[in-house]
Write a protein that binds this ligand. Structure first.
Ligand SMILES: Cc1cc2nc3c(=O)[nH]c(=O)nc-3n(C[C@H](O)[C@H](O)[C@H](O)COP(=O)(O)O)c2cc1C
Length: 328
C-alpha cells in the first residue's frame, strides 16, 4: 500500500488530510473523533484576538468608576487577557494529552500588539505549531494598497522575531500582488502559508432590511480553483510549506493540490458534513497512487507546479481565449 505520510511545518503527518480550524476542532470530543476518523493533523479552533480585546475594552468601560487609575485599567487588561488565554491554553494541553497526531494552535489576528509574549505560552502548552489567521479588511479608502501589504509583511517579521515556534500564516487572496505577498511572507520567515482562508460573507435579509444572520459559512466543491492556481504558481518559488485550503471536498481535489505542490490540504466544510470524508479521501489518494505506480507522495508532489510544466504560464491565464479553429 502506498505511503501517504507527508511533512508539514517540520511535523510528520500520517496523511495530507488536516482538519482545518473550525467547530470540529474546538473541543476534545470532536478532536478525538477527527483523529479516530484518520486525520493527519488538526488545527484548533482559533482564539480571536480582536474579540477578546474588544470584550476587555467593554469590561473596562463598564467598570470605569473602579478602574479610574491608569495602572488599574492596565492591570485589569492583563489579568483578563490571561483569563481568556488560559481557557484556550487548557484546550491545547488537553488536545496534546489525548491525541497522537500533531496539534496546531490558531490565533485569529490583525496585529499581535501585546500578544507576542503569548506565542511562548502556546509553545509551552505543547502546541506543535501555531497558525496565524491574518485578515486585514482594507476598507479604509485613505490607506493605500502598499501600506496594507507592508503591514502584512511586518506582521510576519514581528512574529518571527518573537518566537522560534513553527509558524504558519493563513491568508486570504485579495492582495494587489498575491505573488509578491506570498514570496515576502516566505522571506520574512513564515514556515508555512495556508492558501486560502474563506472569509465570512455577509448578506442582507431584504424583509427585515438588516444584516442577515443566515449567511452560509460553508464552501462548495467548485471553489478550489483559486487555491489550486496559486499553489501551482508559488510552490516552487517559496521555501516554506504551502497548505491548500478552501473547496477541498474529495480525494480527487486532494490529489490535484498535491500535484500542484501543496504540502498538505486543510478540510473544513466536507468534514463538517461527514467526518467519514477523511477516510474516503485517503482511500482515493491511495488507490490513485497504486494505479500510477507512486510509492510515496514525494514521487508526484509538485509535478504540475508552474516550474515543472513545459507551458507553466497556463496557470496565469485568466481569460477564455478562443481557439484559432474558428470557435466563436
Ligand atoms: C463554521 C466555521 C468556523 C470557522 N472557524 C475558523 C476559525 O476559528 N479560524 C480559522 O482560521 N478558520 C475558521 N474557519 C475557516 C475554515 O478553517 C476554512 O479555512 C474554510 O472554511 C475553507 O475551507 P472549506 O472549503 O474546507 O470549508 C471556519 C469555517 C467555518 C465554516
Amino acid at each position: 500500500m502506498a505511503d501517504l505520510s507527508v511533512e508539514y511545518l517540520g511535523l510528520e503527518l500520517r496523511n495530507p488530510v488536516v482538519i482545518a480550524s473550525s467547530p470540529l476542532t474546538g473541543d476534545i470530543g470532536h478532536l478525538k473523533a477527527c483523529q479516530e476518523k484518520g486525520a493527519g493533523a488538526v488545527v484548533l479552533k482559533s482564539i480571536f484576538q480582536e474579540q477578546i480585546d474588544r470584550q476587555i475594552d467593554k469590561e473596562i468601560l463598564e467598570n470605569e468608576q473602579y478602574l479610574n487609575h491608569g495602572d488599574a485599567a492596565s492591570y485589569y487588561e492583563a489579568v483578563s487577557r490571561d483569563y481568556y488565554l488560559d481557557k484556550y491554553l487548557s484546550l491545547v494541553r488537553e488536545a496534546k494529552k489525548e491525541l497522537d497526531i500533531p496539534v496546531i494552535a490558531s490565533i485569529n489576528c490583525m496585529n499581535l500588539s501585546g500578544w507576542t509574549e503569548y506565542l511562548k505560552k502556546f509553545e509551552a502548552a505543547g502546541a506543535d505549531a501555531i497558525e496565524l489567521n491574518y485578515y486585514p479588511i482594507a476598507a479604509d479608502s485613505r490607506t493605500e494598497g502598499a501600506v496594507v501589504d507592508r503591514k502584512a509583511i511586518e506582521f510576519v517579521s514581528a512574529v518571527r522575531k518573537a518566537s522560534d515556534a513553527k509558524i504558519s500564516v493563513k491568508i486570504g487572496y485579495k492582495y494587489s500582488s498575491l505573488a509578491s505577498i506570498i514570496k515576502s511572507m516566505d522571506s520574512a520567515g513564515a514556515d508555512g502559508l495556508v492558501l486560502f482562508n474563506r472569509f465570512y460573507r455577509p448578506d442582507i435579509d431584504i424583509e427585515s432590511m438588516t444584516l442577515s444572520r443566515e449567511a452560509n459559512p460553508l464552501s462548495s466543491a467548485h471553489e478550489y480553483a483559486d487555491t489550486l492556481r496559486w499553489i501551482a504558481l508559488m510552490s516552487a518559488e517559496v521555501k516554506c510549506d504551502l497548505a491548500a485550503s478552501t473547496g477541498i471536498h474529495d480525494g480527487q481535489t486532494v490529489i490535484k493540490m498535491l500535484l500542484a505542490g501543496a504540502a498538505c490540504t486543510q478540510v473544513c466544510t466536507a468534514a463538517m458534513k461527514d467526518l467519514g470524508v477523511i477516510e474516503s479521501m485517503c482511500e482515493t489518494l491511495s488507490s490513485w497512487m497504486d494505479r500510477h505506480g507512486f510509492k510515496c507522495i514525494g514521487d508526484f508532489k509538485g509535478r504540475l507546479a508552474q516550474e515543472n510544466m513545459a507551458n507553466g504560464s497556463l496557470w496565469e491565464r485568466t481569460q477564455y481565449i478562443r481557439k484559432l479553429s474558428g470557435e466563436r
